[in-house]
Design a protein. Structure first.
Length: 502
């Protein structure tokens, strides 16, 4: 029997996303992913001072603002012909690194873990930790109350095969609460050099408006040490525990198996710590930014045909026939690609097997006791995200040690009358690009192509479903009233619809 299901909303926070799935004999046979709002940042930016762009685009999102700020200043660096000083380059890496750490931690604990961990285990808690005691009374009073949203955001939830081991659940719930402190600490670490966070004040073309002092380096080092301890002793082991409890999720949620990375965290030799690359048809290809296009055949925008981003338009058409999402459909060389930590770690592993990332990917696969191709999956996304968090935090310590107190962190520049610039980076959720055109010293055109736009895109003009739409197909659904399996697949991508529709 065929059943149509609508899961709406499907994201825990991060904007409004819905998926419609067709289930036949307890298996998903078709999926549509929908972004359900319009925001219009690309329209708002037109006619403004180009220097406003890194501030305005950061407001696209509260989870990955640093990435938008970074893409914007990289586009402006190119348009103004300026490069950051050495301190500026390192500070940009550290601010973005801190943002990655908080984003990956919040994604696992707050946005995904409770799809596996049984929050109701808290009712068995008999210890004296005040945080857990508080949580216990909150969940119990919610369970007793006859209301629509008892104990939100924990209940209601789908029924499902949650972890049965009470001790494991209680320790993970404790880590859920601890991770909130760690996320705050990662923000404080980034704010040492960014003025404030989540929206960084100090990111500018030519570098970072911050004075490097020995005191700040020491403060950053101490925060980073605590974060690294949490990642190594808590986050990674929790992900590995969930992975061993749910081995079937290495088979579920495969996706298009085409992976894309623009490369991120600039190194001294003009390379990047995480390399760029394209994985398609089971092999590695060089990345060529000219092959990026956006299609809006099934999105609520006026023009349909694939445009290169520097010629792209954002003209809303809410009544358009055949459209079902406010998310456009980015494509690379006309093909569908998945972006994010899985893409980055996989491409680094294949391109630079003897680099730190390559070596740690080998260790991760040994530890998981899995074939490499099993990483193209729901659990593979969680595992590579956690590994990336560890490796970025580790590398931050080295960047920190290279800072030179007292030396300048930014170079001067002048905004030209006309100019163009492209800023390509990697946000925690994947490949992010800003395309800028300046005329009469003002922004003439601004287009953003965003990670979740890649992952959650609708079908394109050729009818090719987007990455999440492909990943959902074949997902087993045990109970159609509780499609927890589909939810786990979608959330493994860490979708942010606020970003996707921008
Ligand atoms: Ni709003 Fe963002 C996305 C990330 S884009 S979270 O998609 O990571 O920079
Ligand atoms: Mg856009």
């Amino acid at each position: 029997m065929t059943v149509q299901l609508q899961i709406d909303p499907i994201t825990r926070i991060e904007g409004h996303m819905a998926v419609n799935i067709t289930v036949d004999s307890h298996r998903v046979i078709e999926a549509h992913s929908k972004g359900e709002m319009f925001r219009g940042f690309e329209v708002i930016l037109k006619g403004r001072d180009p220097m406003d762009a890194q501030q305005i685009t950061q407001r696209i999102c509260g989870v990955c603002p640093v990435s938008h700020g970074t893409a914007s200043i990289l586009a402006q660096d190119a348009a103004y012909g300026v490069l950051p000083t050495e301190n500026g380059r390192l500070l940009r890496n550290l601010i973005l690194g801190a943002n990655y750490i908080q984003s990956h931690i919040i994604h696992f604990y707050q946005l995904s873990a409770l799809d596996y961990i049984d929050i109701t285990a808290i009712c068995q808690y008999t210890g004296r930790d005040p945080l857990l005691q508080d949580l216990k009374s909150w969940v119990e009073s919610g369970q007793k109350a006859n209301v629509l949203y008892p104990a939100a955001p924990f209940l209601p939830r789908y029924d499902g095969d949650y972890i049965p081991d009470t001790e494991l659940n209680l320790s993970a719930i404790h880590h859920y609460l601890k991770s909130l402190e760690m996320r705050a600490l990662a923000h404080q670490m980034g704010a040492l050099f960014s003025g404030k966070l989540p929206h960084a004040a100090s990111l500018v073309p030519g570098g970072v408006t911050e004075v490097v002092t020995a005191h700040k380096i020491a403060a950053c080092k101490s925060m980073l040490t605590k974060l690294r301890q949490f990642i190594d002793s808590t986050y990674l082991p929790d992900v590995l525990a969930v992975a061993s409890a749910y081995p079937e999720y290495f088979e579920i949620g495969k996706g298009p198996k085409n992976l894309l990375s623009y490369g991120v965290f600039s190194e001294k030799d003009a390379t990047t710590f995480v390399p760029d690359g394209v994985w398609m048809d089971d092999r590695l290809h060089g990345f060529d930014r000219e092959k990026i296009t956006e299609d809006a055949s099934h999105a609520f925008y006026r023009a349909n045909q694939p445009f290169a981003p520097d010629a792209g338009e954002t003209q809303p058409a809410p009544d358009k026939k055949g459209a079902y999402s406010w998310v456009k459909a980015p494509r690379y060389d006309g093909h569908v690609f998945e972006v994010g930590p899985l893409a980055r770690m996989w491409i680094a592993y294949k391109k630079q097997p003897s680099s730190d990332i390559g070596i740690w990917m080998g260790r991760l696969l040994d530890r998981l006791d899995r074939d490499p191709a099993d990483l193209f999956s729901t659990m593979g996304r969680h595992a590579t995200r956690a590994l990336e968090c560890k490796l970025v935090a580790q590398r931050c310590e080295q960047w920190l040690s290279q800072l030179k107190p007292g030396e300048s962190a930014c170079n001067d520049f002048r905004i030209p009358e006309t100019g163009v610039g492209i800023g390509l980076t990697e946000a925690p959720r994947g490949a992010l690009g800003h395309w800028l055109k300046i005329k009469n010293h003002k922004i003439h055109r601004y287009q953003c192509v965003v990670p979740t736009t890649w992952n959650c895109s609708p079908r394109d003009g050729k009818g090719q479903p987007g990455a999440v739409e492909q990943a959902l197909v074949d997902t087993p659904i045990g109970d159609e009233k509780n499609p927890i399996e589909a939810v786990r697949v979608v959330r493994s991508f860490d979708p942010c619809l606020a970003c996707a529709v921008h």
